[in-house]
Design a protein around this ligand. Structure first.
Ligand code: 5GP
Length: 119
């Protein structure tokens, strides 16, 4: 949890435009984009464009507030577009906590009662 931020993590590369992504929404602070290995249809990731926080422990309150509001706004858009019966907001911290990309992010995972949960 205490390792330094790696500026060459995948999401940093996406933010710099070095790796392509399917963008869902963005403003000057936040980017929402599709997960390439979705746990369900409409799986979206939300990251800060400015913060170099690896985990929830590192992030500034104001940046977290922006990220949380962007996550809610994006969830609303996903629900409107795909009409899931529910959705999950997921957030992993540290390798042992299931994190694989070390640039803080939230997942929006739409859920349907008749579709199995992969994750
Ligand atoms: P974590 O386990 O760190 O919370 O989740 C990282 C997420 O990033 C995973 O759901 C994984 O599918 C997604 N991911 C990994 N590599 C890429 C990529 O190159 N592009 C996109 N859009 N998502 C990725």
């Amino acid at each position: 949890l205490n390792a330094p931020y790696d500026p060459d993590n995948i999401f940093a590369k996406i933010l710099r435009g070095e790796i392509p992504s399917v963008k869902v929404w963005e403003d000057e602070h936040v980017l929402a984009f599709m997960d390439v290995f979705p746990q369900s249809e409409g799986h979206v990731l939300i990251v800060s464009k400015t913060s170099t926080a690896r985990t929830l422990l590192d992030i500034e309150p104001e940046t977290l507030a922006r990220l949380a509001e962007a996550t809610r706004r994006t969830a609303r858009a996903v629900v409107k577009a795909l009409r899931p019966e529910g959705f999950q907001i997921l957030q992993f911290n540290g390798e042992a906590g299931g994190q694989t990309v070390f640039h803080l992010h939230f997942h929006i995972v739409p859920r349907w009662s008749d579709r199995p949960m992969k994750g």
